[in-house]
Design a binder for this molecule. Structure first.
Ligand code: CDP
Ligand code: MG
Length: 143
């Protein structure tokens, strides 16, 4: 936020959102998109993809040294995913709040990960975590 932005100003942001392979396989894509619309996000991009292992590795390159990287990129390339660009006021934190904590066991009732996640890896949805990450992630799929 720059110094000329008045405190409390409305920040219209964009975030990348992904419906992960576990949720697509369980036919939860429709319910998740309905929730996104009910939350009043504007969906300004939407497509279904099946990532190659290399594309999944590139997307999660920030986690390349983590113990879960191999398994995560295997999972993310295991089936179709739905990619979306969501727009709205504080879209990044709003979407992360709707998803809930990374680990579904810790996610609050009412969140997508609480409702639909089955493990810390297979947690139904992805969201960007900052404006710079959102820009990089949107660019990754919409060059
Ligand atoms: O997705 P989020 O930003 O909440 O979490 P992250 O720390 O950026 O991790 C990215 C993804 O890696 C998570 O959404 C999980 O699918 C997976 N993960 C995992 O498999 N095991 C962990 N201990 C942490 C994350
Ligand atoms: Mg993350």
């Amino acid at each position: 936020m720059d110094e000329f932005m008045p405190r409390g100003a409305i920040m219209v942001e964009k975030t990348l959102a992904i419906i992960k392979p576990d949720a697509v396989k369980k036919k939860l894509a429709g319910k998740i998109i309905q929730r996104i619309e009910d939350e009043d996000f504007k969906i300004s991009g939407l497509k279904m993809l099946h990532l190659t292992r290399e594309e999944a590795e590139g997307f999660y390159i920030i986690h390349k040294d983590k113990h879960f990287y191999n398994s995560l990129t295997d999972f993310m390339s295991s089936g179709e995913i739905v990619i979306m660009v969501l727009e709205g006021e504080n879209a990044i934190s709003h979407w992360r709040k709707v998803m809930g904590a990374t680990d579904p066991a810790l996610a609050e009732p009412g969140t997508l990960r609480h409702a639909f996640g089955s493990s810390i890896e297979q947690n139904s949805t992805h969201g960007s975590d900052s404006p710079s990450t959102a820009e990089w992630e949107i660019d990754y799929f919409y060059k």
